[in-house]
Design a protein around this ligand. Structure first.
Ligand SMILES: Cc1ncc(C[n+]2csc(CCOP(=O)(O)OP(=O)(O)O)c2C)c(N)n1
Ligand code: SF4
Ligand SMILES: [Mg+2]
Length: 305
């Protein structure tokens, strides 16, 4: 909101990020001390800082506490089916290259049921930003073990401790081809905001993991105290190491949490590669179709050739 517009309103009647938030939907559904709200605040600050207008970005989410973020952002918002945010976002990216799709997802939604979509969108370098709010469990459905739960951590379905190897998300994203990969926590609000801003302005598949407290389920189950206590854990256990290797970004229960920007490289996006392929195949005909009609027409024309 502009300074002039703010000046005309009483201080209590507007939110500083009113241009980006559906403030009429507040209060939100998240529990006290949950890290999702903090992450949303970083996100709206980053959206403002990225220089995008609200009609240049669309948010897509799946199902979960983190998935509810889409409903609070005042931009085109898609609250889709569980694990399918990335395919919806890919469709948006291909249909309208002027829009930057932003996927906001939880560790379960994005990496368990949606894991296959995640690795292939990264491999293809689809132009989108993916934010994973990692609280180490399936929170919305009752704190079940998930694909990032550290070994020995307690969850409602692992009363004797998790025993499956978890995914190391930065390593998974980098190994799949993401051009931007960073990890921060809900404590590191300035770093998270900066990473999201960089990701939103980066062409290609950018990925930001935010480690976030779930005080109602995961933190309580593991006797880590309140959400504030977990923030102290984040402060004490965090090690900032930009460019850290895949082995260094593993998270062990009770161990250090390596944070930083791990990948920032340039690579043609899927959309750019597609256009190059069409130009090679159709030449002037593709340019004419691109200028006058839709990409679907170019595809029909290619099939006929
Ligand atoms: C096809 C399908 N399977 C299972 C579910 C139940 N379900 C809803 S949210 C969720 C897990 C969400 O976990 P996560 O993505 O980590 O989000 P969080 O709630 O932790 O933020 C599951 C299993 C569903 N809605 N649809
Ligand atoms: S259940 Fe956990 S993740 Fe969901 S809103 Fe509550 S604290 Fe946040
Ligand atoms: Mg989760």
């Amino acid at each position: 909101m502009s300074v002039e517009a703010q000046a005309t309103k009483p201080a209590t009647s507007f939110h500083p990020h009113e241009d980006w938030l559906r403030s009429d939907r507040l209060p939100h559904i998240w529990c006290p001390e949950c890290g999702i709200g903090t992450t949303v605040s970083c996100l709206t600050t980053a959206l403002e800082g990225a220089g995008l207008s609200p009609d240049e970005v669309a948010v897509v989410s799946g199902i979960g506490c983190s998935g509810r973020v889409a409903g609070y952002l005042k931009i085109d918002s898609f609250h889709t089916t569980h694990g399918r945010a990335i395919p919806f976002a890919t469709g948006l990216a291909l249909a309208n290259p002027r829009i930057k799709p932003l996927v906001v997802s939880g560790d379960g939604d994005l990496i368990a049921i949606g894991g296959n979509h995640f690795i292939h969108a990264a491999r293809r370098n689809v132009d989108m930003t993916v934010l994973c709010i990692n609280n180490f469990n399936y929170a919305m459905t009752g704190g079940q073990v998930g694909p990032t739960t550290p070994v020995t951590a307690l969850a409602s379905t692992t009363p004797y401790g998790a025993f499956e190897h978890p995914f190391n998300l930065p390593a998974l994203a980098a190994g799949s081809g993401a051009v931007y990969v960073a990890r921060w926590t809900a404590l590191h609000v300035r770093r998270t905001t900066q990473a999201l801003q960089e990701a939103l302005t980066k062409p290609g598949f950018s990925f930001v993991e935010v480690i976030s407290p779930c005080p109602t389920l995961y933190t309580r189950k593991n006797k880590l105290g309140s959400g504030l206590d977990l923030m102290r854990v984040f402060r004490d256990r965090s090690v900032i190491k930009h460019g850290a290797s895949a082995a260094e970004t593993e998270i062990e229960h009770g161990g250090p949490i390596v944070l930083g920007k791990f990948v920032d490289v340039d690579k043609p996006t899927l959309q750019q590669r597609y256009e190059q392929a069409m130009e090679r195949a159709l030449g002037d005909e593709f340019r004419r179709l691109e200028g006058s009609t839709t990409v679907q027409a170019a595809r029909r024309s290619l099939r006929k050739a």
